[in-house]
Design a protein around this ligand. Structure first.
Ligand code: PEP
Ligand code: CO
Length: 463
């Protein structure tokens, strides 16, 4: 097969410095899977990626806010209508709360339909004296602690494609088929956020919006934007074989796009400026995220941005900062200052999850709701003080009533964790914690908007 990316075939890519890749026993089998994937239709279209890039450009300019969220690790078992629907409900409810309070357009991006591969800090896991390869996400191996399950299997990449296609199909149907109609606001809340202190607040917002909508309809305003929602899919572009195999040349522009998702990001562990992930993603035209941890510097961030986006295309780069609540006030301002001083415009998004993970006394990987909120306050304070725009949040969440993070509306304690701990990787906020967080974020976005005198207006993504 000819190179889909001019001058860069998959072998070239594998010869570059690379980390966090599976080790397959049979390279010929992996090559066969890649060939099969390359023949399959794209999952997303280049034009949709361009639309999202235009929206992120507005985020970078301080005229929109981004909500990115979903599972830490999707699983093949999780590809079920109820699971996908409840995740979308939470994200839509959060986005309504954010739009209502901040009066700004919210760009909605799921960690969904492709988030199947996980970087791990250790290659192996030991239980009761038995050591096996670490679970690296359903894209690579199985979660069960058996030698068979933990074996790296390239055929799983075809399952990633099918699971992503099925998920995306349902997402598209939900977003345009009536489910996302703003007039359904109360219905999203049916059997949802019940019995919590956030329920009342949400119902109040929903009532106000309902009345405003009623007023507009009575005045004769009828617009598609009230009944459908633009929603985009994103995931970490970790596996070189899969992301390369999903790259297609756009027939209009003749440019390569990674059609596995609208936006893809590079993780904290794989963002080496001359590493394989950066080399691949600098060739594709999707909007890109880059995670920045507490040890990163502004110089480093700019080096990566220059590699990925030498032409400074608006909306191309989103820096997703994940410092930790104890470090954000110390580390983040210096990075922002240096990047902003360069004149490069990026979207700044806060991931308040990945710097705040710890192990509870009873052995669960968890996060505290308070630490998440603290990091967010540190993020907003830093941007408000420096005059840069706090452009969005990136949250690991689920639509279910899991007990994976402590604190929040029901004040979950460490002993509550065992009652419903279901994540395949990192702990997620449950639906009540997510909605509560949306109210907190909404207040801060509105404050930042007022500080910067951003006017309320009809968004024009394409000007
Ligand atoms: C993630 O987003 O799931 C993740 C692994 O993040 P990071 O690369 O920031 O550690
Ligand atoms: Co995670």
């Amino acid at each position: 097969m000819p190179d889909v990316i001019p001058g860069l075939d998959l072998d070239d890519l594998h010869r570059l410095p690379k980390v966090q890749q599976p080790t397959y026993d049979d390279p010929a089998e992996a090559a066969e899977v890649v060939a099969q994937l390359r023949a399959l239709p794209p999952l997303v279209f280049a034009g949709e990626c361009d639309d999202l890039r235009a929206k992120i450009a507005k985020v970078a300019e301080g005229q929109a806010f981004m909500l990115q969220g979903g599972d830490c690790a999707e699983t093949f078992d999780g590809v079920r209508a109820d699971n996908i629907r409840s995740k979308l409900r939470v994200l839509l409810s959060m986005s309504v709360v954010l739009t209502h309070a901040s009066q700004l357009p919210v760009v909605k991006v799921g960690r969904i339909a492709g988030q199947y591969a996980k970087p791990r800090s250790k290659d192996t896991e030991t239980r009761d004296g038995v050591t096996l390869p670490a679970y690296r996400g359903d894209a690579v191996n199985g979660f069960d602690f058996t030698p068979q399950a933990r074996c790296h299997d390239p055929k799983r990449l075809l399952q990633v494609y099918n699971a992503s296609a099925a998920t995306l199909n349902l997402v598209r149907a939900f977003m345009t088929g009536g489910f996302a109609d703003l007039r359904q606001l109360h219905a999203w809340n049916a059997s949802f956020v019940r019995d919590s202190r956030v329920e009342k607040r949400y119902e109040q917002v929903a009532d106000e919006i309902q009345r405003a909508l009623g007023f507009m309809l009575a005045c004769g305003v009828q617009d598609d934007t009230l009944s459908t929602v633009d929603f985009y899919a994103s995931h970490e572009a970790l596996l070189l074989d899969y992301e390369y195999a999903m790259t297609r040349i756009d027939s209009r522009s003749q440019m390569p796009y990674d059609t596995s998702g609208h936006m893809v990001w590079i993780g904290e562990r794989t963002r080496q400026p001359y590493g394989a992930q950066v080399e691949l993603l600098r060739r594709v035209h999707n909007p890109l995220g880059v995670k920045l941890g507490p040890d990163s510097t502004g110089t480093e961030a700019l080096e990566i941005a220059d590699r990925l986006d030498p032409e400074r295309i608006p909306g191309r780069i989103t820096f997703i900062t994940r410092m930790g609540s104890d470090k954000v006030r110390d580390r983040l301002p210096r990075i922002i200052e240096e990047v902003e001083a360069s004149g490069r415009k990026v979207a700044w998004v806060c991931d308040p999850m990945h710097g705040n993970t710890f192990e509870s006394a009873n052995g669960f990987k968890t996060r505290s709701y308070d630490a998440v909120v603290n990091e967010l306050h540190g993020f907003f304070d830093a941007h408000d003080e420096l005059g840069s725009w706090p452009g969005g949040v990136h949250i690991e969440l689920t639509g279910d009533d899991v007990t994976e993070c402590i604190g929040g509306a029901f004040q979950l304690s460490e002993t509550d964790l065992e009652s419903r701990y279901e994540t395949a990787c990192d702990p997620r906020l449950n639906r009540n914690q997510s909605l509560e967080l949306a109210f907190m974020v909404a207040e801060r976005v509105n404050k930042s908007r007022l500080l910067r005198h951003v006017p309320v207006e009809v968004p024009d993504w394409n000007d």
